[in-house]
Design a protein around this ligand. Sequence first.
Ligand SMILES: [Zn+2]
Length: 177
Amino acid sequence: MSESTGLAWVPLSGIGYDVHAFAEGRALVLGGVTIPFHKGLDGHSDADVLCHAIADAILGAIGEQDIGHHFPNTDASYRGISSIELLRRVGAILAKRGARLMNVDSTLIAEAPKVGPHVAAMRENISKALGITPDRVGVKATTNERMGFVGREEGIAAFAVASVIIPTPPTASGPSA
Ligand SMILES: [Zn+2]
């Protein structure tokens, strides 16, 4: 592409953070996997905190506003929506910009339940939604050593980073290439 059009593939990265509180009577969905637990996360969508952090990282990498802007919780059509579907739509925004996702990495911070046994399935779901291979999707999990709101099992937090490449004219801002 760079030879024929004069565009250079410029690497960009983004960060995402999200947190949701636990609520009774909700399913716990993380990375598109429904995990057996006595409570779930509260939210307008399925409250998949991991997918939300990843979505924000990708949107941030291409200079877009966050998922709350693209998929507002005031819009009834997003009530209960699968966040894997939201990730698909973020992938479509990326494609529309001509950008390609290189990888995402993420960390879930949860005191309970144990998410380790579900990580492989999460990576599979997320990679399928984003059109990349599972080895390009990092999902790690840790506890908060019983400290703070996560430590008191009041909710779950997630961090993510995303790396993309985007075709950019040589005259645009950024490193010359
Ligand atoms: Zn969220």
